[in-house]
Ligand binder design. Sequence first.
Ligand code: GTP
Length: 214
Amino acid sequence: MTPYDSIFQSAHFIKSAEKLSQCPLDQGVEVAFAGRSNAGKSTALNTLTNQRKLARTSKTPGRTQLINCFGLNLDDRRLIDLPGYGFAKVPIEMKKVWQAHMQDYLMNRRSLAGVVLVMDIRHPLKEFDEMMLDWAKSNNMKVHVLLTKSDKLKRGPAKSTQLSVKQTLKKQGVDGSVQTFSALNGDGVEELRIKLAEWLVFDNLDSIPLSPNA
Ligand SMILES: Nc1nc2c(ncn2[C@@H]2O[C@H](COP(=O)(O)OP(=O)(O)OP(=O)(O)O)[C@@H](O)[C@H]2O)c(=O)[nH]1
């Protein structure tokens, strides 16, 4: 349990957007989840919010094809599920359109406070992940790497993967942190809630409107 559990449990679907112009008004603070298809983004969002069906999960990679926006019970705080990258069964032209929309979102969304970069702990730092880290560095964007499915590795190998990803971030000059996570056994759920509360609330207190009585 963390003091922030109820904030995340309040998550509710706002809308699915194909592109940036369809996203909710660009005010307040939001955190986006990005990752390769099948890395476990939707499952991580469901675990974070303690809701089984908030983000649809699927054993078929590529179900998350839209920018899915979820609201929280705090003024203008949102969680964003970005399209999974690298779904093989989709025509290349369609992939390019998605990627362009995603890039537009990442480059131009003013309320974006940080990106949770989701990687399967057994396959970290693939081409897409490196691209995201490059982008984060050149845009001064905070990154929190979530090494999912940690239940698939023993503790030793899981910790050494965490360490080596941390070192890579440091080497690349990215403002970031790294943690292990498992939806299956609860590893890292509290750590993720604390990190996101930091981004959504404490780092951005000035963007919470003062109540009329304050
Ligand atoms: N063992 C284990 N399996 C997991 C975990 N998280 C996700 N999975 C499984 O990994 C597969 C993909 O998970 P999703 O959450 O749908 O992945 P996604 O990244 O949202 O995928 P896209 O919709 O393709 O973007 C599913 O079969 C999940 O059950 C975990 O922590 N442990």
